[in-house]
Design a protein around this ligand. Structure first.
Ligand code: 13P
Length: 151
């Protein structure tokens, strides 16, 4: 892959081991890209990749409950994120449910690919579309809310 992507990586506590497994499995791929993570996920991802001898650029935001999801959602809105992997704990309630919903919602609105399980994440990072210069992602579905576009 030629283009350096900015990839958001976020995992809830019960999914952090899965995220660590996934980043190790894909360490060669991730080495070439910029990773943006919520606080604790980022720390674990960095440690795991460094142990593998891989040192990608990693930006750690706040921890999720302290606003990390919201910070990443804001980056999505500013078109600073190319794709996201968000391993959600679907079996336990989170105190920052509203922020989680916001991150998911902004990815949907801004047409940012987001994988919420490992299979989707693997399909996403192996897509040939990343290198297809003729491929243009669809415009946002909510065009009428895009202030830069005439009706
Ligand atoms: O809570 C999270 C995502 O909603 C993850 O936050 P941490 O990576 O800081 O644990």
């Amino acid at each position: 892959m030629r283009k350096k992507l900015t990839i958001a990586l976020v995992a809830h506590d019960h999914r952090k081991a899965d995220m660590v497994d996934w980043v190790i499995y894909n360490s060669d791929f991730l080495a070439e890209h910029h990773l943006v993570c919520t606080g604790t996920t980022g720390k674990l991802v960095r440690e795991a990749l460094n142990r593998e001898g891989v040192f990608p650029e990693i930006t750690c935001m706040n921890s999720g409950p302290m606003g990390g999801d919201a910070e990443i959602a804001a980056m999505v809105v500013r078109k600073e994120i190319d794709m996201a992997v968000f391993l959600i704990d679907d079996l336990n309630a989170q105190p920052h449910e509203a922020d989680i919903m916001m991150l998911l919602r902004q990815c949907r609105i801004h047409n940012v690919p987001i994988a919420c399980n490992r299979y989707s994440a693997d399909l996403m990072i192996t897509s040939t579309l990343w290198d297809d210069e003729t491929y243009k992602p669809m415009e946002p579905l909510y065009r009428k809310f895009d202030r830069n576009k005439p009706e």
